[in-house]
Design a protein around this ligand. Structure first.
Ligand code: XIL
Length: 366
């Protein structure tokens, strides 16, 4: 049976070659421990937990090769840091022939698609970064209602299923749990002034009507632990849940400092996540950064520890599906500008070197 012989001979040869190959490979990994093929990334580690690891991103930075390599290599999702905000995406009134400017956000969406990443939308209703034509337009409530409805509908329809989730309403509560007085609520608002969370509900209904597939979130800061603000958000969520308002989850920004590394706060964070999860809501950590006063080794180590704890808190909570840092590198972080005297908040330093915090996040995800 010459044919059988040939097959046997080929198998034996293949076996030998494979063994030699394996030997060569083990030799190689013994000598060069960090072959790129073996290297873990945040995204590969997060994937095994069924969660997305994301970064806020700016289209202008995509031209920076180091930035875009990290964004696509390490993250499984992105969110426009500014490009989808009202003032940027809808800079001119509807009377203008080109009231919307989708190009910058579209560039981010295309980048994400090219690299098999998800896109999270931010944000449809916010009292900040609204354009002058809206804030200084002296519109009536009925006019503002039409403007906001048009805005939400056009943006959500434009991106369709390319955007899997939106922060529909951002930062609508004060620290004491009362509703923030804003253009959209009561100055003069969209027709529900002093009607409690009715205007928020309306925004969710408009977004849902524009794309029933999109997961719709309420997003805020200082709502991470159990406090007056998170209590108020919880009451809203419970009410929406009861009445079938299309709220899919809560965004917890988590712009925090090292003071958060406190057992009571971390316990309160877990309990807070838990009560929202019990309503069937998804938990997204949406804007994580941990600001520091210096970049000394000991301070960076404390930061790394806290990053690890936050990731751990998410992994402990089955409904926590998304962890996002508010940028990639300290070079482009919003922190120094908005928190005077602070910086060093992110996972890569301003020379694109991985910080201890990067390894702590990776380790927590492993
Ligand atoms: C910030 C951006 O990072 C800055 O570039 C911009 O100048 C102001 O807004 N909460 C939010 C984000 O929901 O949209 C904010 O982003 C940070 C605080």
């Amino acid at each position: 049976m010459p044919q059988r012989c040939t097959i046997r001979a080929t198998l034996a040869l293949c076996c030998m070659l494979a063994m030699t190959g394996a030997f060569a490979l083990s030799l190689q990994s013994a000598t060069h421990k960090k072959e790129p093929v073996d290297e873990q990334t945040l995204r590969s580690a997060a994937h095994r937990h069924g969660i997305l690891i994301s970064a806020a991103a700016a289209p202008t930075h995509l031209a920076d090769a180091e930035y875009s390599a990290i964004l696509s290599g390490e993250f499984s999702a992105l969110e426009p840091e500014n490009a989808m905000k009202f003032a940027l995406i809808h800079p001119r009134p509807n009377t203008d022939p080109q009231p919307y400017d989708f190009a910058p956000a579209d560039r981010l969406v295309r980048f994400a698609q090219d690299h098999d990443m998800q896109v999270r939308g931010h944000t449809l209703v916010w009292h900040r970064q609204a354009p002058d034509w809206v804030t200084h337009g002296n519109f009536t409530a009925a006019q503002l209602n039409a403007i906001l409805r048009d805005h939400i509908t056009k943006v959500v329809r434009h991106f369709g299923d390319d955007v899997f989730a939106y922060d529909v309403v951002n930062e609508a509560f004060n620290d004491d749990g009362s509703l923030r007085s804003t253009l959209w609520y009561n100055q003069p608002g969209i027709g529900f002034a002093n009607g409690g969370t009715k205007y928020i509900e309306q925004a969710f209904e408009w977004a849902h009507a524009a794309n029933a597939n999109a997961k719709l979130f309420y997003n805020d800061y200082d709502n991470e632990t159990i406090n007056q603000k998170s209590d108020a958000i919880y009451e809203m969520a419970r009410d929406f849940h009861k009445r079938g308002i299309p709220l899919a989850g809560i965004g917890f920004q988590m712009h925090i400092g090292l003071d958060f590394d406190d057992p009571d706060k971390l316990r309160s964070l877990a309990d807070n996540f838990d009560r929202f999860a019990k309503l069937g809501l998804e938990i997204h950590i949406t804007e994580l950064d941990i600001r520091l006063r210096d970049g000394d080794a000991a301070t960076l180590a404390s930061q790394a520890k806290l990053y690890g704890e936050i990731v751990h808190a998410c992994l402990q909570q089955p409904n926590c599906k998304f962890i996002q840092t508010w940028g990639i590198t300290d070079k482009y972080s919003w922190v120094p500008q908005f928190f005077k005297g602070y910086g060093w908040g992110l996972l890569w330093d301003d020379h694109f070197q991985k910080k201890p915090a990067y390894f702590a996040v990776l380790h927590a995800l492993e």
